[in-house]
Ligand binder design. Sequence first.
Ligand code: COA
Length: 324
Amino acid sequence: MAPIYSRIIATGSALPERAVSNADLEKIVDTSDEWIRTRTGIRQRHIAADGETTGDLAFLAAQRALEAAGVKASELDLIVLGTTTPDIIFPSTACLVQQRLGANGCAAFDVNAACSGFMYALGIADKFIKSGQSKKVLVIGAETLTRMVDWNERETCVLFGDGAGAVVLEASGEPGIYATCMHADGGYKELLWNPVGVSVGFRDEPNHGVRIKMAGREVFKVAVKTLDSLVDETLEAAGMHESDIDWLIPHQANLRIIEATAKRLQMPMDRVIVTVDQHANTSSGSVPLALDYAVRSGKVQRGQNLLLEAFGGGFTWASALLRY
Ligand code: COA
């Protein structure tokens, strides 16, 4: 039997209107534009307005992807949404978006893999298509991470932003996604986490104790090392070499981490999509936002090979190598 591939037929994205510069943050915490730029590459981030939710951004990104694909919401047979900042505890944000799109009836669920959420969602959707279970799938990565940032803590508040991206996948005889990889190691949970919740309980602290805690330097070291082995594994799974990759579309957490991965792949930075300067770290939103930017700006062309990867809390890490 001829293999079935998942093909990305279109992309979409959405950002909150308000952009906040590093200079704006200098007024809130003891930081500087120079410190933020040199350590992270970030120049600005978008921050959701009061009342604007992950689901709102996901819905807009999904609408734009469906419109670009020429696919009606009623044609979808699956929605997978990566997020660690769902609108409410349940129903899932995927269900909320499904209803707003008018795709009622298809399967819809969220995936929480922190910053690897979109890459996990894409890997899962690919398996549904490859198994013959699904033909048209909407995959979304969406976050309002700034809702769980402690605005008094300069170590973390400068790093994050809000946003969403989406892709429409279709079953095809042509490639398509060649390989996806997914991993996790819960042994690292305390290096990057938000340790309150429904079952553990909330705390008698501002924002009920909901805030990101991170050991930045340790996260940095593990991320670089882990992404090195992830790109090796992904190339091997796809039966490809570094030179076969046209574009690296990495998780946008830190420009120095991105540069280290590019170096490992022997790729010049002009073949790497960088949006961290504009968006900061939007967690599950980051890779699909970067992909949509790459497609709509005309950088990525049909027939090119893309390597997508992400790393996040858990730790989790995941990738996809595909022909666009
Ligand atoms: N502005 C100014 N100074 C800051 C600051 C800020 N926003 N945040 C921290 N500092 C200070 C610290 O207080 C510390 O000061 P000290 O040396 O006097 O104690 C110093 O800067 C820390 O420097 P250092 O540890 O060398 O920073 P770094 O080069 O490791 O950069 C990160 C810090 C967080 C940018 C970096 O470690 C990183 O990006 N880690 C990965 C984080 C990440 O990507 N997380 C998400 C993964 S999905």
